[in-house]
Design a protein around this ligand. Structure first.
Ligand code: C2E
Ligand code: CA
Ligand code: CA
Length: 465
């Protein structure tokens, strides 16, 4: 029987107006499914709790608890199972409450708990942990064994706020942060969280839209051969031209893209854009040039990365020999064997491979000989003081000689001065990339540069006589 029916029946036969009012009030303040008080009750009750607490030194906490991926259960097993689970979760949580504590159903799969008589923040942590623990035991709902995890956030009165709405909002925000940190976790509200989470959320949305609105651009930084002084390669560096925030550097959005999984779509876009640009330059009669694209480890973990890459090359018709993929030492952190197989497949397609930021990551010196790579890029931190620091010079000298003994091409990154160029030349470095020559430039400026090198190819190859 639903609460509506109960009320109708009662109202029908109770003549006592007071009783009817009590029942209506119960319905307004309670959730029909779990029988728990609802959000209206929580707000009103908190006002009362705060009024009564005044002059006392007691603390209390508002905890927000949410079942991770509840929607998945609801969508895949049906609302009936979802309802049974909510009821079971509420029963299990109720059994953990101390006398005087209050639990309400805040929303679909969200519960809020007021834990009273708290002496310190640690007590709140213990309550949250007990709840997380209790809910890890499986639930049996209509024959389905369900394993769930939960995220809990909490705010404490008075340290995190003294206003009812703010206490609730802060606990809710803390819960979202717990969710972002991973499943089965707990977080306290921290001041500034609002700002942080708002910034993150709006940045994430902005980035999502950046792709659709063509706000991302590919810039290209030339790589110079130290013997001939000619541009022999380019590295693609992503730029985000935001309508109101201006130019946002990749260091500020690539990590976010990696965290949110957006890197997959962005990385695919960069690859396609690069291949299209390379073909466009060829069609303008410019000489073919090798172009390096930075790959995130997340892209290599993408199951269909290889087929996606093949498809882009086929679609754009770019000769894979002109494409270079830049990978960091980080890929050697796990599943090394698997990664080597993948790298070999790239190689077999004709793609060039380079190790980026060499020397900053997981030391791959011993791995170098096992890796199917063509080029090693020495990170800027070793180049910065190379003209003045003998130690850095010695490191770079040994990286160069080791690379050459392994038949690898060496590029020094972040070269800014003539002195650095001179030292690198004396050490036998092959190529140089850095502001001393060029910053990353838009495609049209690269076109002018390549033309001025005077090695344009005839547009049409005349048939041999
Ligand atoms: P990176 O691959 O090490 O790229 C080199 C960075 O050093 C670039 O910064 C470049 O502009 C900068 N740089 C080049 N020469 C000099 C120099 O002489 N002095 C100094 N101080 N800096 C120099 P940028 O463009 O801000 O890129 C930063 C990082 O963002 C890149 O580091 C790369 O890890 C990542 N990134 C850029 N584009 C992409 C992309 O399309 N996909 C992925 N996954 N990552 C990208
Ligand atoms: Ca790079
Ligand atoms: Ca680099």
């Amino acid at each position: 029987m639903t609460w509506n029916e109960v009320i109708r029946l009662h109202i029908a036969d109770v003549t006592n107006q007071k009783q009817a009012e009590a029942i209506i009030s119960y319905q307004i303040h309670h959730d029909a499914l779990t029988g728990l008080p609802n959000r209206k009750y929580l707000q009103e009750h908190l006002v009362e709790v705060i009024e009564k607490l005044e002059d006392k030194e007691k603390l209390f906490a508002v905890l927000f608890l949410d079942i991770d991926r509840f929607k998945l259960i609801n969508d895949s097993l049906g609302h009936n199972v979802g309802d049974l689970l909510l009821k079971a979760v509420s029963d299990r949580l109720k059994s953990l409450l101390k006398q005087g504590d209050v639990m309400v159903r805040w929303g679909a799969d969200e519960f809020a708990i007021i834990a009273k008589d708290i002496n310190c923040a640690d007590a709140v942590v213990q309550i949250a942990e007990a709840m997380i623990q209790a809910l890890t035991l499986p639930f049996n709902c209509d024959g389905h064994e369900l394993h769930i995890t939960t995220s809990i956030g909490a705010s404490i009165y008075p340290s995190h706020n003294t206003e009812v709405d703010a206490l609730i909002r802060n606990a809710d925000m803390a819960m979202y942060r717990a969710k972002a940190e991973g499943q089965n976790s707990f977080q306290f509200y921290v001041p500034n969280m609002q700002e942080q989470s708002f910034q993150r959320l709006s940045m994430e949305n902005n980035l999502r839209r950046a792709l659709e609105n063509n706000e991302l651009l590919t810039y290209y930084q030339p790589q110079i051969d130290l013997i001939t002084g000619k541009i022999v390669g380019l590295e693609v560096l992503l730029r985000w031209k935001h309508v109101s925030l201006g130019s946002i550097p990749p260091s500020q959005f690539i990590p976010l893209a990696e965290e949110t999984g957006l890197i997959t779509a962005i990385g695919t876009w960069v690859l396609r854009q690069t291949c299209l640009q390379a073909i466009a330059w060829l069609n303008m009669g410019l000489p073919p040039i090798q172009i390096g694209v930075n790959l995130s480890i997340k892209q290599l973990q993408q199951k269909d990365f290889l087929s996606c890459l093949q498809q882009i090359l086929e679609e754009t018709n770019l000769d894979p020999h002109f494409l270079e993929l830049e990978i960091t030492e980080g890929i050697m952190m796990d599943n090394v064997e698997e990664k080597i197989v993948l790298l070999n497949e790239f190689r077999q397609m004709g793609i060039q491979l380079s190790i980026d930021d060499f020397g900053t990551g997981y030391s791959a010196l011993s791995y170098l000989k096992n890796l199917p790579i063509d080029t090693l890029k020495i990170d800027r931190i070793f180049i910065e003081y190379i003209a003045h620091n003998a130690h850095d010079r010695a490191i770079v000298a040994s990286i160069i000689s080791l690379s050459h003994s392994l038949d690898l091409n060496v590029i020094a990154e972040g070269v800014e001065t003539q002195e650095q160029v001179d030292v690198l030349r004396s050490l036998g470095c092959d190529q140089i990339q850095g502001y001393f020559f060029y910053k990353a430039l838009p495609a049209d400026e690269i076109e002018t540069l390549l033309r001025s090198q005077g090695i344009t190819r005839p547009n049409r190859i005349e048939p041999a006589q």
